[in-house]
Design a protein around this ligand. Structure first.
Ligand code: GUN
Ligand code: ZN
Length: 430
């Protein structure tokens, strides 16, 4: 039976990064009809009530109905080391990340953390994400099994490393190829799941491994590929030592067949002009991880330069390098980084980057990340007065964007009043 959700509504009819905030559509008394897990109609509440007299009505009052958040880059195995103090990228990986990832050799641990992470994501209104797993194939199975059980559109891949990682967290070029291929054949396109070919980053893969994964991608070009690129200055210097022949960091991927339009490159902070030009030429996407980039001390992403250059950018938590599970907190950090870059993002742009922008970066923008007829009904209801501090500020708002912005800057999981996955309520409207 059809269900009619009534509330404030926010959706997009274009890309506010390139076309400006006016492509956002806000309705103060809008509605969405959900039928068979998809959005069957969108419009004004009164009109849709008339047109859908049989539909069960859920009136959300002043809460904001939006597409669920999409997190373009996350490491679910790092859930339990989020907010670990005092290190920068390479010693952060060695001190915190690798010991935590080692534990995923135990499938029970992998299943527990996958469930924990996905429940936290839903609590925070994140309905889809693209995750790194660990070196262990079981960590991919665990993640997909838990995502499937929740009916989520989710993406993930086995994180491949065959050097510069401790014993127990290294595979080989051949094992990376074989295991990735087997996982891809098992999970890619199964229900709402997508497999993502995942070399961690150039420093932890030999040329042979990068080449093997490049060959796998050539066999399955429609499959996404994710990796890290130019996150921290010390890392770039290390890449230069490890790949003396390479023109730049991106070249270490390009040479081995790991540059393409279905590629998602995390961080991408310290890019050379040639790298930007090549990323743009092939139509690759970037994942902007602002809480991670400040937390690990990596640098300030050039949102203006890169979107003007025509690159697709999605917003991402990068949990646990990132310091929050919340895409609201992540939007706030993106705004703050924009301020430091003298490019203050409009609330419409921030919201888009956390929904349709991230979905497009991941190649799933046709299915999720916006409210439009035919799209999958992964929705959230957002309380714009979720704490006393936010409520008193929102009460002063003169328009919708002013009412929304305090929740972007100060909101967290308390602002998520309801979550629907494939049209089913999975978090109660409270
Ligand atoms: N570069 C390589 N691996 C990682 C990781 O796990 N997190 C972050 N932030 N950067 C990385
Ligand atoms: Zn990452």
């Amino acid at each position: 039976m059809a269900e009619l959700l009534i509330g404030q509504l926010l959706r997009f009819e274009g890309d506010p990064m390139t076309e400006g905030p006016d492509v956002a559509r806000h309705s103060s008394r809008g509605a969405v009809v959900i039928e068979d897990g998809r959005i069957a109609a969108v419009g004004e509440a009164d009109a849709l009530r008339r047109d859908w007299p049989q539909a069960a009505v859920t009136d959300l009052g002043g809460r904001l109905i939006s597409a669920g958040f999409v997190d373009a880059h996350v490491h679910y195995p790092q859930t339990q080391i989020i907010a670990s103090w005092g290190k920068r990228l390479i010693d952060w990986l060695n001190s915190y990340t690798f010991p935590a990832e080692m534990r995923f050799a135990d499938p029970r641990h992998a299943a527990d953390v996958a469930a924990l992470y996905l429940d936290l994501a839903l609590d925070h209104g994140t309905t889809s994400m693209c995750s790194y797993a660990t070196i262990h194939p079981e960590s991919v199975d665990a993640f997909f099994a838990e995502a499937e059980a929740r009916g989520m559109r989710a993406m993930a891949g086995k994180t491949c490393m065959d050097r510069n990682a401790p014993e127990g967290l290294r595979d080989t070029a051949q094992a990376a190829y074989d295991q990735s291929k087997a996982l891809l054949q098992k999970w890619h396109g199964k229900g709402r799941l997508s497999y993502v070919i995942t070399p961690r980053f150039s420093p932890t893969s030999t040329p042979d491994q990068l080449s093997a994964l490049g060959s796998l991608w050539a066999e399955y070009p429609d499959c996404p590929m994710q990796t890290h690129l130019s996150e921290q200055v010390d890392e770039i210097a290390w890449v230069r030592e490890l790949f003396p022949e390479a023109r730049d960091y991106l070249d270490t991927y390009e040479t081995f067949g790991l540059l393409g339009k279905n590629g998602i490159y995390g961080h991408a902070i310290h890019l050379e002009p040639r790298e930007i030009a090549r990323l743009r030429e092939v139509g690759a996407a970037l994942a902007h991880c602002p809480t991670s980039n400040t937390f690990i001390g990596s640098g300030l992403f050039d949102m203006r330069g890169l979107t003007v250059a025509g690159l697709r950018v999605g917003l991402a938590t990068d949990t646990g390098g990132g310091s929050s599970f919340s895409m609201l907190r992540t939007m706030a950090a993106a705004y703050e980084v924009g301020q430091l870059r003298r490019y203050p993002l409009h609330p419409a742009q921030l919201w888009w980057l956390a929904t349709q922008g991230a979905a497009r970066a991941l190649g799933i923008g046709h299915a999720v990340g916006n409210i439009a007829v035919g799209m999958e009904a992964d929705l959230i209801a957002v309380d714009l007065h979720s704490t006393p501090a936010i409520a008193q500020r929102a009460a002063q708002a003169g328009n919708f964007w002013q009412a929304l912005f305090p929740t972007i800057m100060m909101g967290d999981d308390r602002a998520i009043a309801g979550v629907w996955i494939g049209g089913k309520a999975v978090r109660a409207v409270s």
